[in-house]
Ligand binder design. Structure first.
Ligand SMILES: Nc1ncnc2c1ncn2[C@@H]1O[C@H](COP(=O)(O)OP(=O)(O)OP(=O)(O)O)[C@@H](O)[C@H]1O
Ligand SMILES: [Mg+2]
Length: 392
């Protein structure tokens, strides 16, 4: 079997020399374990960019035989460094000659053991079947809502295609620093600690090059960030249900998943795939949220059901999962996202349908883990306590 793989890999060249890895005796290991394969090559003299080119070529060469999530690519070299190192007054920058990202530790594959993070009580993955359904806006506002309720919250923006948390939290120009023991210090805003791909990737990098960085960097965000004590760590996943999303979360000890959908049939169909993905990973699904469920007109306060009504609530019955609640379309929510001030951080929004929606959802999420009967079905609870935390 490994001989077949070796022949598939014979086309992979070292971009520096143009010779095949095989002819340069760089292919050190091709190990097939059931439906998974581990490949190791010698990478001395190969730049991080060329390493990404090689790894993308490996995934391409093997894609008809193995899904990306089942391929682990390791490298060996004569020296070893982390993907990021602290230089210049503790500012985290890409290492000049990064050795292996944390891929080396757990890779893209499912071979590593699932790990918990010390001090972090629950990890929640937030996914959507398709892009643009409001997943990042939801993640940021759920984080702020939980923080306002006195919980200690962290957020990982794992969306390489469109990292948006720095913008949503008004921290676009921040550069994360590191502790003396090389732990990345998360950025803090609105009572929430967060870390984002946006702080590290070069927006001009072709997306295909970002793929191979994923497993490793997400692992760094999970395990090499100074999260401290957290009640919840939320992960904003890239949209979709492909190998990338799967490989990102299969090594982390995720406690539950939330799926965001809009009410249209087509979005729901995709959201169903998201649900299947989480089930495949044997991840407890906390439930589904309907975003942009209706439009509240700011002139007349009338509720318009532009995309239909109750689609997600209907769907969860068939899918045997929980309905966590709905968040209507409101112009102010979009504006606050663009202004970098999450809607839920503004006390003037208290009592509005979006605000109530987030409160109800955050309670159901909390109850999922802390109530013996699972998520509560009631509406949101007491609002008055919520700003006590902010005003401290
Ligand atoms: N309930 C809402 N009311 C009004 N605007 C909203 C609402 N939810 C999201 N938006 C807006 O919709 C747009 C898309 O939202 P967002 O970026 O959060 O989606 P996403 O699912 O994370 O997208 P992507 O797939 O690109 O990551 C943003 O402009 C956001 O402000
Ligand atoms: Mg997003």
């Amino acid at each position: 079997m490994s001989a077949n793989i070796r022949s598939l890999l014979s086309v992979i060249t070292n971009p520096v020399t143009g010779n095949s890895l095989e002819s340069e005796n760089r292919l050190e290991l091709v190990d097939v374990q059931g439906d998974k394969v581990v490949i190791q090559y010698q990478r001395d003299g190969i730049s991080p960019q060329d390493k990404r080119v090689i790894e993308t070529a490996i995934y391409e060469a093997l894609k008809t035989s193995y899904p990306m999530s089942n391929i682990t690519v390791k490298t060996s070299s004569t020296s070893s460094q982390d993907v990021y190192k602290a230089v210049e007054g503790n500012t985290i920058t890409k290492a000049e000659e990064p050795q292996q990202p944390a891929q080396l530790k757990t890779g893209h594959g499912s071979i590593g053991n699932k790990k918990s993070i010390e001090g972090v009580s629950k990890i929640i993955a937030i996914g959507s079947g398709k892009g643009g359904v409001g997943k990042s806006t939801f993640t940021a506002n759920l984080a702020v809502t939980l923080a306002l309720q006195g919980k200690k919250i962290g957020v990982i923006d794992a969306d390489i295609y469109g990292p948006s948390l720095p913008m949503l939290f008004g921290k676009r120009n921040e550069k994360p620093k590191s502790t003396p023991d090389k732990k990345i210090i998360p950025i803090e805003a609105f009572g929430v600690k967060f870390m984002s791909f946006g702080f590290f990737i070069n927006e001009n990098d072709p997306v295909i090059w970002r793929g191979p960085m994923l497993g490793g960097v997400l692992n760094q965000f999970l395990f090499d960030v100074n999260w401290g004590e957290l009640d919840y760590l939320l992960i904003d996943l890239p949209p979709g249900t492909g190998d990338i999303q799967l490989s990102m979360i299969q090594n982390a000890n995720v406690d539950g998943a939330i799926i965001i959908s809009t009410p249209q049939d087509i979005a729901l169909l995709d959201a169903t795939k998201g649900l299947e993905m989480f089930k495949k990973l044997k991840l407890p699904v906390i439930g589904m949220v309907e975003n942009m469920s209706s439009f509240i007109c700011s002139n007349c306060d009338h509720e318009h059901f532009i995309f239909g009504h109750g689609g997600v609530e209907e769907a969860v019955k068939k899918l045997e999962t929980n309905f966590l609640g709905s968040v209507p379309l409101e112009i102010e929510l979009r504006k606050s996202a663009d202004d970098g001030k999450p809607y839920m951080s503004n006390p003037q929004n208290a009592g509005r349908p979006v605000f109530e929606g987030y409160q109800g959802i955050s309670e159901k999420v909390h109850n999922f883990f802390h109530s013996p009967v699972g998520p509560a079905n009631g509406k949101s609870g007491v609002i008055s306590k919520i700003f006590g935390f902010m005003n401290k």
